[in-house]
Design a protein around this ligand. Structure first.
Ligand code: ADP
Ligand code: MG
Length: 535
């Protein structure tokens, strides 16, 4: 038997890293700035435990362009590296100093570290012919300069550098000249670095907000702060309806703020999507596998260090944390809706036009959500005056609206104006007609008939009476001539007004036998009881 360790041929692995590690080339800037942020956060940690001595001073990261030299430079004032560290962390591909740091300073490190795989730095070769590192450690040690042209050969030498920290100098290659344009860099910074935890400067201006609302304690934030953060994310949108501040640290880390945007009945598919961050670094706004599908209409930010930066679809699908995050978000959203419903029903009803879309979509697609949503899903009556939960609707229509299978019948209008006469006829009979007129309603009705086994939906312009009567019941209610005579007498003894209201189909003297539908019959009995006292 032979045992050994796999050897990697750098000549072969390099092109792979360079070409295929990241599909989007602009990611290199995110990686290098993340490293600069990590180096800065490490310095803060080491200073707080006394390992780094003296004043730490200004810690901002500066990005600069030199059009003439065709270089892009990322400078930080973080921990820097000694010559040995460059050899260990840079020359050794896929050895992550970030991981090592986290293991070494477990529990002492409140400043989150972004790095993970020890590959990020090499993404710089996607856009560079040559990369230089000029770095000086916070430890007593000479500054060093490392240089590499993307081949497995490098140079490492001592140099002079006044300030502690690291400059990464990229000599931008021919195909990537776009990264020498200030506007292009600004756009990349705006996408990936907007909320990084350390001040980032480009062309004399700070490009990031290091303490975005989601990183702060909910107790410190006012509604105005939440509104302002929403504006920061989506400057052109109307104010959101409300928001949920997520804050979990067990069994996974997750923070964030989800906003319910205002949506009109005929809404357009949202282009402002939820953004996924990892330790304040933008990862993606393709959150399909992390956020339950029905919540894709929400907006805002989710931040989880448990989701790695080089996130890929297939990775996410297999990740157990993702499923948990998904469930957690669903639960949080349901709880929040229930809370508003219970505490401030009026507000809830006022916002139903927008909320209803999420809620219905969620009920259709997520059974866990459905279970909770049954308590706060509401239907508005056709006149637009009252809202019912399913429970309330059932109570309001006791016994009157059951079909042949004993199911609760929900009578709905899809177009209250056009169906006006039907609605009137139905309400005159004491039925409760609700509006189900939005674009999700047709599908909603369909789904709910399957999910709510005791409910049947009937459109107001369908033959409601037919839907309500049970054939067996119908034959039982077929009155023979004698019975009809008796019944008529009974009715005739009642005041004239009542007679009119009971003048329904089949009760004319010349129609025999007469079918009185059960609900009609019961209603008449009830009405009579109301007029003439208990029967
Ligand atoms: P990762 O960040 O996942 O660890 P990288 O390839 O991005 O992997 O970086 C490798 C290592 O190089 C880092 O972990 C860190 O130790 C070191 N490093 C990279 N950039 C800097 C920097 N600007 N300052 C100090 N150390 C750095
Ligand atoms: Mg890194």
């Amino acid at each position: 038997m032979q045992k050994g360790s796999i050897r990697v041929q750098t000549e072969n692995i390099f092109p792979i890293i360079k070409k295929f590690l990241y599909s989007e080339h602009d990611i290199f800037l995110r990686e290098l700035i993340s490293n600069a942020v990590d180096a800065t956060q490490k310095l803060k940690t080491l200073s707080s435990i006394g390992e780094a001595k003296g004043e730490i001073g200004d810690l901002s990261v500066v990005i600069s362009l030199d059009a003439e030299a065709k270089t892009l430079t990322i400078s930080d004032k973080g921990v820097g590296m000694t010559g040995e560290e460059v050899d260990k962390y840079i020359n050794q591909v896929a050895f992550s100093g970030a991981e090592e740091f986290l293991n070494k300073y477990k529990g002492q490190n409140e400043n989150n570290i972004i790095g993970h795989f020890g590959l990020g730095f090499y993404s710089s070769f996607m856009v560079s012919d040559k990369v230089e590192i000029i770095t000086r450690s916070f430890r007593e040690s000479p500054a060093v300069r490392w240089e590499c042209d993307g081949s497995p050969e490098y140079q490492l030498e001592e140099t002079t550098k006044e300030q502690r920290g690291t400059d990464i100098v990229l000599h931008i290659n021919e195909e990537s000249q776009e990264f020498l344009e200030a506007d292009r860099i600004k756009a990349v910074l705006n996408r990936f670095c907007r909320f990084l935890p350390v001040p980032i400067f480009f062309e004399g201006e700070q490009v990031n907000n290091p303490t975005p609302a989601w990183t702060r304690k909910p107790s410190e934030l006012t509604p105005e702060d939440y509104q302002a953060f929403y504006k920061e994310l989506y400057p052109y949108n109307e104010a959101p309806l409300f928001w949920i501040h997520l804050n979990v640290d067990y069994p996974f880390n997750l923070t964030g703020i989800l906003y319910f945007p205002k949506i009109k009945q005929s809404y357009e598919i949202q282009k402002d999507k939820i953004q996924l961050y990892s330790n304040q670094v933008f990862v993606t706004d393709e959150v399909k596998d992390i956020v339950p599908e029905f919540l894709m209409l929400l907006q805002g930010v989710i931040d989880s260090p448990d989701i790695p930066l080089n996130v890929s679809r297939s990775y996410l699908q297999g990740d157990p944390n993702v499923k948990k995050i998904n469930n957690h978000i669903t639960k949080k959203v349901a709880d929040k809706l229930e809370e508003i419903f219970n505490k401030n029903r009026k507000e809830f009803e006022d916002k139903w036009e927008s909320l209803g879309l999420f809620v219905k979509y969620g009920m259709m697609t997520d059974d866990k959500f459905l279970e909770k949503a049954e308590k706060f899903h509401i239907m508005q009556d056709a006149a637009g005056t009252e809202f019912y939960t399913l429970e309330e609707y059932k109570n309001a229509t006791v016994a009157l609206q059951k079909n042949k299978d004993g199911k609760q019948v929900i009578i709905y209008a899809t177009d209250p104006v056009q169906q006006n006469t039907f609605i009137k006829a139905a309400t005159d009979k004491g039925y409760k007609v609700v509006k189900l007129e939005t674009i999700v309603d047709a599908a909603f009705i369909n789904q709910m008939e399957m999910k709510w086994s005791d409910v049947h939906f009937t459109r107001v312009d369908a033959d409601i009476a037919d839907n309500l009567v049970d054939r067996q019941d119908a034959s039982a209610s077929v009155l023979n001539a004698e019975q009809e005579e008796q019944l008529k007498k009974l009715f005739e003894q009642q005041p004239a007004g009542l007679h009119l209201t009971v003048e329904v189909k089949g009760l004319s003297p010349d129609a025999a036998p007469v079918v009185a539908t059960r609900p009609e019959f019961m209603r008449r009995m009830k009405d009579m009881a109301a007029v003439s006292g208990p029967m």
